[in-house]
Design a protein around this ligand. Structure first.
Ligand code: DP6
Length: 359
């Protein structure tokens, strides 16, 4: 693991000001990251589908300054959002060694999400990855040197990870692995890499409909949840299980065996929440409607033979995953049977995508 590859070359240009814009999607983990150490390093490998419709667009305007320290303001949908600034301050502190121009400029960071901020969908993955791409775009303008596309993505993912772990899996798509794994030689704890093996066409354009069960602030943040994995009675078994689940997923992604896929993905979701139920202090992020939806999905599968399944992130919302071939059948099922369990009947239809884009 070599972080030094991300230290910048000497900057030869020094523009007075400029503006860059990137858009980056959210992602949904199939094998979950839950537990970290050191500087945002994962305790086990994870893999996710990059999404498409749920994304953050970020503009960064920069102006040269003489003063010391970081100087930035954050705007959400055109309104100053001071509540985001401590997180960005921490991010800047962590990445400064790799993008040392941060102290030479005053930044205006303008961000907007394609999904409602109050939807309970984590915006940290899309937000931090979009910001990391903007910083890389600025770095590009500071030197005569070329930044090859693959290095741009790698370093953007490396920076994004220092903002929020799962954000490092949003730069590319459609499947991204983060964390060392014995069967995936290229995978590293430092950044996400595109899944390097064959993927069956059953997984092409896979669908993810996000059911918004609870739109409030999470009672327990991911950061607190990750920390509770230190001294957790089942931590070691969990990290091993996640790595084994990723091993099991490799032949499944190749063969397209959707029944096996379902059993790995649903077990991962419930294992993640089992860690929360057995932490000290313990907590529950699922709501009664989360369980209603899960049971309806299981009944529907039994009745119809459909390959629809669910996964969860650190909240009550349910991600309903299904192959594109079942789009008509499952969309109808969602509308008639599941939306009644969503807050105000709200849900977001998404599908697998290809990562961050310059705008
Ligand atoms: C449950 O990436 O939000 O979504 O690194 O503290 O920012 P920080 O945590 P975060 O954790 C996300 C955890 C998860 C599972 C996953 O996406 O793998």
């Amino acid at each position: 693991m070599d972080k030094s590859q991300f230290l910048p070359e000497k900057h030869t240009q020094s523009p007075e000001n400029g503006k860059v814009s990137w858009q980056s999607p959210s992602n949904i983990a199939l094998v979950k990251y839950w537990g970290k150490y050191g500087e945002q390093l994962p305790k086990n490998a994870s893999i996710s589908f990059t999404l498409s419709n749920c994304h953050t667009k970020t503009n960064v305007s920069f102006q040269k300054k003489e003063s010391e320290g970081f100087d930035f303001e954050v705007y959400l949908d055109g309104k100053r959002e001071k509540g985001f600034e401590p997180k960005i301050q921490k991010f800047f502190e962590r990445v400064e060694a790799y993008v040392p121009f941060l102290k030479n400029y005053q930044f205006k960071i303008e961000t907007s999400n394609s999904f409602p901020h109050s939807s309970g969908i984590a915006s940290s993955a899309s937000g931090m990855s979009a910001l990391a791409c903007c910083l890389m775009e600025i770095e590009k303008s500071l030197g005569d040197f070329e930044i090859p596309e693959d290095f741009f993505s790698k370093k953007a993912s490396f920076l994004a990870r220092l903002g929020s772990g799962s954000a490092c899996r949003s730069i590319e798509g459609p499947l991204v692995v983060w964390g060392e794994h014995p069967q995936i030689g290229k995978a590293t704890n430092l950044y996400g890499v595109p899944y390097p093996y064959t993927v069956h066409k059953n997984f092409e354009n896979y669908q993810d409909t996000i059911l918004l069960v609870d739109k409030g602030e999470k009672q327990v943040s991911s950061t607190v949840g990750h920390n509770l994995m230190h001294n957790h009675p089942f931590a070691e078994q969990r990290f091993e299980q996640a790595n084994e689940n990723l091993s099991k997923l490799i032949p499944v992604l190749k063969s397209g065996n959707l029944s096996e896929f379902i059993s790995i993905v649903e077990s991962e979701a419930l294992s993640l929440h089992a860690m929360m139920l057995t932490s000290h202090p313990y907590f529950i992020l699922m709501k009664p409607n989360t369980l209603e939806i899960i049971n309806r999905i299981w009944d529907f599968r039994k009745e119809t033979g459909s390959k629809v399944c669910f996964t969860l992130d650190a909240g009550a919302n349910v991600h309903v995953l299904f192959p594109e071939a079942e789009k008509v059948l499952v969309s109808e099922f969602i509308k008639t049977q599941l939306t009644q369990f969503c807050k105000n009947g709200e849900f977001i239809e998404d599908s697998v995508g290809f990562g961050a884009q310059k705008c």
